[in-house]
Design a protein around this ligand. Structure first.
Ligand code: GLC
Length: 569
């Protein structure tokens, strides 16, 4: 009898759960299956992160030592800058062999160990895939130059005569004089969108496309979860020697996505494509069958305009114009990356306003369109302004991508050439060379001057200080992770009662979030109404807001930010 009773009790307790589970399975939202829709991505370069063997340069063993640091920060995925053999003329974006590890950074064994250690911690790894061009020291190019009959000749793009448009379309104006260069060996000109030591591969040649798939398959097999696809619009352009605009072959994107997923079901491709909102659909694919993610460069430049001036309208417009994307697609939002901030899509006047605030000296500007500084220096190390920018980044519709060292407020070294200014070694502690290396000299200098010197800005010191930027960022990441609405939900911008306040509302599975940011350095009052008499639960401070006759009034300090969950009455 006792037995029957306990069986019955068990059935009563368990059955509804099973049914509930089945029910949920039947209606499960597939969006939850896409890891890249709601992850925190951390971008780093192995060579400047941590040196394990004292040769002055970071390496994979050093990175392994620091994985617990990344775990404790709350990182879900690491984006590795190029780590393959390279002459290093474009900091690794000039690849000389796609299938191995640069011996300066470690061995294949170190890489396997690194992947194992990331998997153990539940961290994914995505890597840069730089296939628009190779290094001119890649064996394919050396071979192609050697003879017009070479098997590799048609892997690159050649012209017998110097094409008319040879001095148009340079990616690095001021540092690059054209896009066609005479090859002294074969007497023909080759095409290079970027520097002249980066000859473009010819993607109209099926052998090149196949090789590219082999590279993707190879690295997926090594444990990679996806790729940051470098220079996408240039990969898919069909180069012309005339003056007309090149056509773009978007199908290539669908093909490589399909290929990647055929090898690894959840592999994702994150594209670097600074394009207009009208063009986005071609990259994501009409049904979301193109690349899964793209950096939202369009919103980024308008965001910098808003941060510099407090004028929000262009940024709001950019968020609205990039709102409609397929369900499986996702934006990656960022503040800084390893390149310049590209302000090329702002008007001249707007760009000048951003320069005036964030990069007034010409040494801070680059390529006639951008700024080569880190966030902390641009913001004059103003903690409130930096918090506003970061809080906003983590609350924008998409997946946030952060750059190593920005969690500490690292600075830049404008004495270093071009974009190397923002690629200095990670600052771990206040010992010699910032704890980055035990060598006397780091291969690239650590920042040892001014407000951002490693003596003042480093992990060890900030970890012990609960008020540091590092502690604050760690809390912010935890907060973001408790708000899946942002990566997965629907959203709308709300009129927040002040021209300086950016308000956004998210909905997911009956949960609602309201997030406000004040772009003015002066206090602002936000007023808005919500349906019903809902309470706004403050997710950062215990400062819940009750409505008055349905209307909410929120007093925002200068550069203040508020994250609320709506608690229905
Ligand atoms: C991308 C990279 C940049 C590199 C260029 C050429 O724009 O972000 O760092 O120099 O491609 O590969």
């Amino acid at each position: 009898m006792k037995h029957v009773f306990s069986t019955l009790l068990l059935a009563i307790l368990i059955l509804p759960r099973i049914c509930d589970g089945q029910d949920r399975l039947a209606t499960v939202d597939l969006k939850n299956n896409y890891w890249y829709k709601n992850s925190i991505i951390y971008n780093l370069e192995v060579g400047v992160f941590k040196d394990s063997d004292g040769d002055g340069r970071g390496d994979f063993q050093g990175l392994i030592q620091k994985l617990d640091y990344l775990s404790s920060l709350g990182v879900d995925a690491i984006w590795l800058a190029p780590f393959q053999p390279t002459p290093g003329k474009d900091d690794g974006y000039d690849v000389a062999d796609y299938y191995t590890i640069d011996e300066k950074l470690g061995t294949g064994g170190d890489f396997a160990e690194f992947i194992y250690q990331t998997e153990k911690r539940g961290i994914r790894v995505i890597m840069d895939l730089v296939i628009n061009h190779t290094s001119d020291e890649h064996p394919w190019f050396k071979n192609a130059r050697g003879s017009k009959n070479s098997k590799y000749r048609d892997w690159y793009i050649w012209s017998e005569k110097l094409p008319k448009n040879h001095d148009e379309g340079m990616v690095f104006p001021g540092f690059q004089s054209g896009v066609w260069k005479l090859d002294s060996l074969s007497g023909e000109y080759y095409y290079h969108r970027f520097y002249d030591f980066q000859p473009d591969l010819n993607f109209t040649n099926p052998a090149v496309v196949q090789e590219c798939q082999r590279i993707i398959g190879f690295w997926l097999n090594q444990g990679i979860s996806g790729f940051r696809l470098d220079a996408v619009p240039f990969i898919i352009e069909i180069p012309k020697t005339g003056t007309e605009k090149p056509k773009l072959d978007y199908k290539f994107l669908t093909d490589i996505r399909q290929f990647a997923r055929s090898r690894k079901a959840d592999a994702a491709i994150l594209g670097e494509a600074n394009v207009t909102p009208e063009e986005n659909e071609n990259y994501f694919g009409g049904n979301g069958d193109g690349i899964q993610m793209m950096f939202n460069f369009f919103a980024n430049q308008h965001l910098f305009y808003a941060l510099a001036t407090g004028k929000l309208d262009p940024f709001k417009k950019a968020i609205r114009e990039t709102q409609r994307i397929p369900e499986a697609s996702q934006w990656a939002h960022f503040l800084r990356n390893h390149d310049e901030i590209d302000l090329g899509r702002l008007t001249d006047k707007q760009r000048q306003e951003v320069y005036d605030k964030f990069g007034p000296d010409t040494s801070m500007q680059i390529y006639e369109r951008g700024i080569r500084r880190r966030l902390a220096t641009m913001m004059g190390n103003n903690r409130k302004h930096m918090e506003l920018a970061y809080s906003l980044l983590f609350s924008l519709p998409g997946t946030p991508v952060i750059r190593y060292g920005d969690e500490l407020g690292m600075g830049d070294d404008l004495r270093l050439r071009e974009r190397i200014s923002v690629r200095t070694p990670m600052q771990w502690d206040d010992s010699k060379n910032a704890g980055f290396t035990t060598a006397d000299t780091a291969f690239r200098p650590v920042i040892d001057f001014g407000e951002h010197s490693y003596k003042k800005v480093n992990v060890a010191q900030q970890r012990r200080d609960s008020t540091s930027l590092l502690s604050w960022t760690t809390d912010l990441i935890r907060l973001r992770k408790s708000c899946p609405e942002i990566g997965l939900g629907n959203y709308k911008l709300i009129e927040a009662g002040s021209p300086f306040i950016f308000g956004i509302q998210y909905e997911l599975a009956g949960e609602t979030l309201v997030i406000l940011h004040n772009f003015s350095d002066k206090p602002q009052r936000s007023e808005f109404t919500m349906n019903g008499n809902a309470l706004l639960m403050d997710l950062i401070n215990k400062n819940d807001q009750k409505p008055n006759a349905g209307k909410h009034t929120v007093n925002m300090p200068g550069y203040g930010y508020k994250w609320f969950r709506v608690v229905k009455d």
